[in-house]
Write a protein that binds this ligand. Sequence first.
Ligand code: ADP
Ligand code: MG
Length: 400
Amino acid sequence: IDTTVQQDMEKLQHTFPHFQDEYRLIKRIGEGTFSTVYKAEDLRYDYYINNWDIDADDGQWTPPPLRSSSASHLNSAARRKPKFVAIKKIYVTSSPARILNELELLHDLRASPSVCPLITAFRESDQVLLILPYFRHQDFRKYYPKMNIYDTRVYLRALFTALAAVHARGIIHRDIKPTNFLYDPDKKRGVLVDFGLAEREGTDTKPCLCHEDRQVRKHRLQQSVAFNSIHTGLQPGYPKQDTRPSRRANRAGTRGFRAPEVLFKCTEQTTKIDIWSAGVILLTVLCKRFPFFNSADDVEAMIEIATIFGSKRMRLAGQLHGCMFDATIPTISSQGFSFEKIMLWSTCRSDGGRDGSANALTPEEKEAVEFLSRCMDLDPTRRISAEEALQHPFLMVDSD
Ligand code: ADP
Ligand code: MG
């Protein structure tokens, strides 16, 4: 282990009283924007013997076994089997409100087997530690190139099962991406982690046009176009010519996974933003390209999406949220490209027979692409929900 990691681990052990009696730090397993995560052995045997047990493999709480005397249990093999935990050290630069939010949401989701539960948490002045059961998983970069359609179905079913549980509680995760869905391809199980950016649907929202019906939307848009041309005497739509106060919307998330309505600064975002991000993961797996989108900022992200969907559909998508979309970039065509074409190109199958027969997608792949188009619908109100997705033929799969 390199010395700075070693030093950080030493420091952590000495910040919290009794830390060394309760946990043995093993290694650093993650370093993100908001935290460092370590793998550790949980030494609190008594805690487990006297309390409910937690199975790190499936994240389920189970009561302790019934036994005649605790002494015999202490001698059992189970007692010596190490229990691993993930210790998430939140950076001191995180606001207390944010940390509390993550703790509260995890508490709300404690009954969901596909969300990594919180065992406990500690605070020592400005330092906060979350203790989670360690979940064995593999690196997405390692397994996605080898995933066939069956593996893809099983993986997505696990992801959408987790999303359905989170969304049923009215919670938006906001940062769905491979590193926040810990998946074990051998066991075909996965859990969602990292609720640091998550929020309850409906907090901090202001009415957005996308929630109005079509007629109302059309009328308001015409009004705003008229307003703009009267007040500026210029064509509407360009930021520098727009005299209205700039819009503020939650943009939290990871570039490349942000839904179009987040880019268009929709002020009434819903759980559908997570579905788009899950769609981007599916696109990655089908096209075998990671990261699929590689934009440096929101404007570039819009250009990437517009390249696929074409300027016409992109313009309509913007209008949903009262935004004008206009692009003069030659690579953005009016109609864009179908996901089927994109998949064939990315998997180098577009140079087959003249009649196209050699390039065709298999019926299974076609079903995958159809499901993908339901997840990556530019219109959040038409995009499939997690609950509906679980009923879609693509996710109707038996993984046992
Ligand atoms: P951050 O907010 O810094 O992204 P995360 O909660 O996403 O923090 O954790 C970062 C990484 O740590 C994850 O991508 C994963 O590799 C690892 N990790 C987090 N929780 C667990 C866990 N319960 N079991 C195993 N590894 C974990
Ligand atoms: Mg993370």
